[in-house]
Design a binder for this molecule. Structure first.
Ligand code: ZN
Length: 247
C-alpha cells in the first residue's frame, strides 16, 4: 500500500450558506477575523469566502446559479457543513493513491478550485458520508521547497551583579560577535533583589547562562540565577573560574 509522502492535514471545513455576503462578515466578526471579499468560481457557479483561523480555515460557500452543487445542497439539506478538505503536497499522486485505496472520485483529475489551488472532490459514499476535497497546498505551506531555516543560534543569558555594568557590555559584544543571541538577567540597578520572574523566564528561554563573576564576586541574586539555570539543565559558563565547586 502506497504511503503518502507527507501526512495530509485538515485544510478547511466548507459550510454552505444562503446569503454569503451577509453571513461572511457577520461570522468573521464573531470569530475576530476579517472576511475577504467573496471569490467567484465561475465554472462551479459558486462564491467562496475563506476565513483564515490560523490552523484549518472555514470556507463559506454561496451559490450564484440555480443548478450549482451548492444550490442543490441548500435545497436538499439547508445550510450546514458541506465538505471537509485535506491539504496534500502532490494532489495528482494523492488522488491516485486514494483511488487505489477505495476512494470514489468525483473529479477524476485535479482541477482549479478557489484560491487558485488544484482541488479534487471524493464521493461521500466512499468517505463515510462526508463529501471530501483534496487541496494541493502551496509549496511553502506544505513544508517543501523554499530555503530551509538555518538552525537557531544559541541563546545565552548574562547573569551577574549590578556592580559590573562594563562586564555586561563587554560580554554582550563578545557573545554577539560569536553569533549568539544575548539576553540579560539583570543587572538590576534598583539594588539587590530576589530572582524575579522575568529573569527566570529569560533563563528558561536561554540555552546557557554566562555568569559575570568579576573578581569571583557572586551576589545572592546571581547565585539564585545560577541555581535556577542548573535546575533547568542549562549550560553554565563562567567569566572566571568559580571559587566554590560550582558543579
Ligand atoms: Zn473547499
Amino acid at each position: 500500500m502506497a504511503i503518502s509522502a507527507r501526512p495530509a492535514r485538515l485544510d478547511h471545513v466548507g459550510i454552505a450558506v444562503h446569503d454569503l455576503r451577509a453571513v461572511a462578515p457577520a461570522l468573521a466578526a464573531r470569530l475576530g477575523v476579517t472576511a475577504p471579499p467573496p471569490e467567484l468560481v465561475e465554472r462551479d457557479g459558486i462564491e467562496a469566502v475563506f476565513l483564515n483561523l490560523g490552523g484549518p480555515s472555514l470556507e463559506l460557500l454561496g451559490s450564484t446559479r440555480q443548478d450549482s452543487r451548492i444550490a442543490r445542497f441548500l435545497e436538499r439539506r439547508g445550510e450546514g457543513i458541506h465538505h471537509l478538505a485535506y491539504g496534500v503536497e502532490d494532489i495528482a499522486s494523492e488522488l491516485r493513491r486514494w483511488r487505489e485505496q477505495g476512494a470514489e472520485l468525483i473529479d477524476p483529475e485535479p482541477r482549479p478550485g478557489s484560491r487558485g489551488r488544484l482541488v479534487a472532490f471524493l464521493h461521500p459514499a466512499s468517505e463515510f458520508g462526508v463529501l471530501t476535497e483534496l487541496v494541493q497546498m502551496p509549496k511553502e505551506e506544505a513544508g517543501g521547497g523554499g530555503e530551509p531555516h538555518p538552525p537557531r543560534p544559541t541563546v545565552v543569558c548574562l547573569c551577574g551583579s549590578a556592580r559590573f555594568p562594563e562586564a555586561f557590555q563587554r560580554a554582550d559584544q563578545q557573545e554577539t560577535v560569536a553569533g549568539r543571541i544575548v539576553v540579560t538577567a539583570g543587572p538590576h540597578p534598583g539594588g539587590p533583589g530576589e530572582l524575579d520572574s522575568l529573569d527566570r523566564r529569560k533563563i528558561d528561554l536561554a540555552d546557557e547562562i554566562l555568569v559575570l563573576n568579576v573578581g569571583g564576586h557572586l551576589d545572592d541574586a546571581t547565585s539564585s540565577q545560577v541555581a535556577h539555570a542548573r535546575a533547568r539543565g542549562k549550560r553554565v559558563r563562567w567569566l572566571e573560574p568559580p571559587k566554590e565547586s560550582p558543579e
